[in-house]
Ligand binder design. Structure first.
Ligand code: NAD
Length: 496
């Protein structure tokens, strides 16, 4: 079986600086369509010299261009133009994203691209409300606190939702007056390459640039470049460590949106039908490849067998297949290596004493694409690798619990702390549980509701810093305190 390509992408993808192809200089990298395993494009890797040229373009746009000093009204106009550009090109961008990620096209159109456009609207609205502060506490003086752009932002994005995640960074960096160099994942460069090409047409020269290539080459050169003033990273925890230590040498601030192994806690007091829908959505949406997946499903023992039985039945019926088909619920995983890694956790679960509940195999009937059947295992304990490691696929790990305290202890017994889910209709249970959960976000009786004004980010190894309205304002701006006397102050007259 084979599947049609969502779009014929350009044969070669390059970085873009000031509207022209970046210098490249590195090796050629293949880009594959995950639904067929076929190579569909070649990516030109940018080496250190090419990265330096992109940073210099962003630097010049910041130091000499109009962008950082633009009035808020003008910057809002530019952000709105970015939003309209995305909305006018939703289909093409969604198809390019589908071709590199294998994510379901319908979802990309209806959610990812709409969200990408909204990211620009959100920050346009946010800056329209931003206000400074002033103090007059010391008599005879007026002190103002203003926020100013920091400079050149290095924005490094992962492969699991490239456009939706990268536009949050681009919109935030630009809204607060910074210029930027974006580095997409080398696996999924196509939609972001096209998006930056389109946005360069509506933004002043040098404000937004893109470089491409492997993390250890292009990404590392970008982070280490002395012309970069801040780094916003979304990706794996180990990569986050490497980036932070490199940025630390230049004393450059970072935000790190990293991995997760989030607990989805289902109490017997929950509406079981809704909790079941929530658990399935929590692990199978975005092909299971999301940092905020509810990948450890903790179920109160009283309802455990019943819940797991119903989950297995539904998981076995999830429609896996062609990302272009409207009724597909789970598409292929992002790469062959990733699919093999995810499937490897079935053996690891068994070796650790766990048991396969459903799925666990490659869907060979779907051809050469990286399809697996939606999978769940019963862990022997929370110490198992399937309960501790981020698997990042349509793979749920079930663990029973008896009391709320035990559920919280299991939920917190992980190196991660991105999100937690709690399902219960008993308010005292919810109120007793949520404050003890060591995660940056807690969702009660709902999966994945991201409120953009609110901070999003992780405790422990799930992150450093937060994204969201005020959190982005704090990260993407420098605070400046200016004190002016309201009448000539008395001065000490040294040497008079
Ligand atoms: P990754 O860490 O492998 O790569 C992310 C990006 O970093 C890529 O662009 C990569 O090329 C680049 N990179 C790699 N090494 C680098 C280096 N030394 N210097 C600079 N850049 C480097 O992550 P991934 O596999 O693309 O994405 C999956 C991971 O992202 C998962 O762990 C997932 O949980 C995490 N993630 C987190 C969030 C969040 O908001 N917390 C959201 C989505 C994904």
């Amino acid at each position: 079986m084979s599947f049609d390509l969502p779009i014929q992408p350009p044969e070669r993808i390059t970085g873009l600086v000031n509207g022209t192809a970046s210098l490249g200089g590195g090796i050629d990298l293949p880009v594959f369509y995950p639904a067929t395993g076929a190579q569909i494009a070649t990516l030109t890797e940018d080496d250190e010299t090419a990265v330096a040229r992109a940073v210099e373009a962003a630097r010049a746009a910041f130091d000499k261009g109009p962008w950082p000093g633009l009035s808020t009204a003008k910057r809002i106009e530019a952000l709105e133009a970015c939003r309209e550009t995305i909305l006018a090109n939703v289909d093409e961008l969604a198809r390019l994203e589908c071709a590199a990620t294998g994510l379901v096209l319908k979802e990309l159109r209806a959610r990812h691209m709409v969200r990408a456009a909204y990211n620009f609207r959100f920050f346009a609205e946010y800056i329209s409300q931003s206000a400074g502060q002033s103090y007059t506490q010391t008599e005879g003086y007026l002190t103002t606190v203003t926020r100013e752009p920091v400079g050149v932002a290095a924005l490094i994005a992962p492969w699991n939702a490239p456009v939706a995640l990268a536009t949050m960074k681009i919109a935030a960096a630009l809204a607060f007056g910074n210029t930027a160099v974006l580095k997409p994942s080398e696996q999924t460069p196509m939609a972001l390459a096209r998006l930056v090409e389109l946005l360069q047409e509506v933004l002043p020269e040098g404000v937004l640039n893109i470089v491409n290539g492997r993390g250890a080459v292009t990404g590392a050169a970008l982070v280490a470049h002395p012309g970069v003033d801040l780094v916003s990273f979304t990706g794996g925890t180990e990569t986050g460590r490497a980036i932070m230590s490199s940025a630390g040498r230049n004393l450059v601030p970072c935000t790190m949106e990293l991995g997760g192994k989030s607990a989805n806690i289902i109490f017997a007091s929950a509406d079981q039908d809704r909790a079941l829908d929530g658990a399935l959505q929590g692990i199978f949406s975005n092909n299971g490849q999301q940092c905020l997946a509810g990948s450890r499903v903790l179920v109160e023992r009283k309802v455990f067998d019943d819940f797991v039985g119903r989950f297995r039945e539904r998981a076995a019926k999830v429609r896996v297949g062609d990302p272009l088909a409207d009724d597909t619920e789970v598409g292929p995983l992002a790469s062959l290596a990733h699919m093999n890694r995810v499937l490897g956790f079935v053996d690891k679960a068994r070796e650790d004493g766990g048991q396969l509940l459903v799925g666990g195999t490659r869907r060979e009937d779907l051809g050469e694409g990286y399809f697996i059947s939606p999978t769940a295992v019963l862990a022997h304990s929370n110490a198992d690798r399937c309960a501790q490691d981020e698997i990042f696929g349509p793979f749920a790990t079930f663990i029973p619990f008896d009391t709320a305290d035990e559920a919280v202890a299991i939920a917190n017994d992980t190196a991660f702390g991105l999100v937690s889910y709690v399902w219960s209709d008993h308010l005292p249970t919810v109120m007793a549980t949520t404050p003890s959960l060591r995660s940056g976000v807690v969702w009660v009786n709902t999966p994945m509701m991201r409120e953009l004004r609110a901070p999003f980010g992780g405790y422990k190894t799930s992150g450093v810093g937060r994204e969201g309205g005020a959190s982005c304002e704090a990260f993407y701006t420098e605070e400046k305190t200016t004190t002016i006397p309201t009448a000539p102050p008395a001065l000490r007259r040294f040497g008079a």
